[in-house]
Design a protein around this ligand. Structure first.
Ligand code: FRU
Length: 438
């Protein structure tokens, strides 16, 4: 019984573990270079997409704009057993060795949004940053009607989007009378954008447009202009055009920024590509994402659209949570059902065991009774066998004592007769008693 209980506990534990800890089919590592709303938005898109596929686990890391940290994080992701790596390299060159190591180990690598300087990757997904810089340059030229003074705030040094946006922007302004009076180094953060402008020694008053490589830097730069009490604020342009509260689209609509460019996150598309690669399906090696500029003219429509997208994605998240809840309940119910089946099975085993125990017991006592009966029969038979010769002794003895010789026998002989008679009678009486009992 104790052993059955032990088995029951072990089986139940195994079943419960099996029901709750299903091993994921694919483990995908996501190495983000930065931590900001653009990345958060992209990560949540990937998460949401992963819920639509069975058995996908995502492992996120963020290097917080530090290449050394990103190298370590990529190495530990590989070490942890990921089957595919999605990476946005912080800088063009410094993170490349870690990406190469992962690729050389046979792990497919999707490089997205920022480039490496090595051909060792499985797929590359990005918007065309040169093109974005060029479009922003053309927009600025249009806003200034071909003449004016511009300040450019670069992204992180050594990162491909910054280099390409800069090139595209300057190329677009080449044949105009627009002068780029300052090219300040930043690192994508709002704080660095602010500091870069604060440390600028030139005249802030005669800047017409500030083009920052992303919205956050543009916002930092704007804050610095306001802090410096510049009478007429220049126009601020950025890139990212995120949806939602305080996103680039809203900032353009509210007039905080003059323009932005929607830098596509497309986390869902990235994850789909990752799954196609893992499933061995055909995929495109280089994907160029297209997008659009946000200006005061379309900000309202884009805002409405992005709000709707957000509303739908929140709805999907709620639906997903509900589905998770049901799946969990289903899992618990499954465990309980399995447990009940095991219990019934054990109960049946116990009932059969008890039945066999009693059957065996009855068989043994039957055999014992039979043996007893045989023993009795034997004793009865022996008693009968003993009584016959004794009666055959008793009768002649009686006859002998009744003869003349017997009656006239010496007292010693009579005593002997008596002893013989008494003992014979005693024996016969005893045997009779035994036979009565039997
Ligand atoms: C987000 C971000 C964006 C920028 C992009 C450049 O981490 O800094 O603001 O457009 O990366 O790679």
């Amino acid at each position: 019984m104790k052993r059955s209980l032990l088995y029951l506990t072990i089986i139940t534990a195994i079943i419960c573990c099996a029901c709750t800890n299903r091993k994921p089919k694919y483990v995908i590592g996501v190495s983000q270079c930065s931590e900001d709303i653009w990345r958060d938005w992209q990560n949540s898109e990937m998460m949401l997409e992963s819920t639509l596929h069975d058995g996908v686990e995502l492992r996120f890391t963020t290097a917080r704009d530090n290449s050394k940290r990103q190298i370590q994080q990529i190495d530990s992701l590989v070490e942890s057993g990921i089957q595919l790596l999605i990476v946005a390299p912080n800088q063009l060159a410094s993170v490349t060795p870690a990406i190469n190591r992962a690729y050389d180990k046979g792990i497919p690598v999707i490089v997205f949004e920022r480039k490496t300087d090595s051909p060792k990757y499985t797929a590359f997904v990005s918007a065309d940053n040169y093109e974005i810089g060029h479009i922003m340059g053309n927009y600025v030229a249009m806003r200034l009607q071909g003449k004016g003074r511009v300040m450019e705030i670069l992204g992180l040094k050594g990162s491909s989007p910054s280099e390409e946006r800069h090139k595209g922007f300057t190329d677009a302004l080449k044949d105009t009378d627009i002068e780029i009076v300052a090219t300040l180094q930043s690192d994508w953060t709002e704080e660095k954008g602010y500091e870069a402008v604060r440390n600028y020694t030139g005249n802030l008053e005669d800047i017409d447009v500030v083009f920052a490589h992303n919205d956050r830097s543009a916002l930092g730069a704007r804050r610095a202009f306001i802090t410096a009490h510049i009478d007429k604020l220049p126009l601020f342009c950025g890139i990212d055009g995120l949806p939602g509260k305080d996103g680039g689209i809203q900032m353009v609509r509210n007039g905080v920024l003059d323009a932005s460019y929607i830098y596509p996150t497309r986390g869902d598309q990235l994850l789909q590509l990752a799954l196609d690669i893992l499933d061995g399906k055909p995929f495109q090696k280089e994907t160029m994402l297209t997008s659009a500029i946000v200006t005061s003219e379309n900000a309202n429509v884009l805002m409405l659209e992005s709000d709707e997208v957000m509303r739908q994605s929140q709805r999907m998240t709620r639906l997903k949570n509900k589905a998770d809840e049901y799946i969990q309940q289903l899992g618990t119910q499954k465990s309980i059902s399995i447990l009940a089946v095991i219990l019934i099975f054990l109960l049946l085993i116990m009932i059969v065991g008890i039945y066999y125990y009693f059957l065996q017991h009855a068989r043994i006592s039957d055999e014992r009774n039979k043996m007893e009966r045989e023993k009795l029969d034997f004793y009865t038979q022996v008693s009968h066998e003993l009584r016959t010769p004794l009666t055959l002794i008793q009768a002649p003895l009686e006859e002998l004592t009744e003869t003349e010789e017997g009656k006239n026998a010496s007292p010693e002989t009579k005593d002997l007769y008596n002893i013989l008679r008494r003992n014979t009678n005693q024996l016969i009486e005893l045997i009779n008693k035994m036979l009565d009992v039997q």
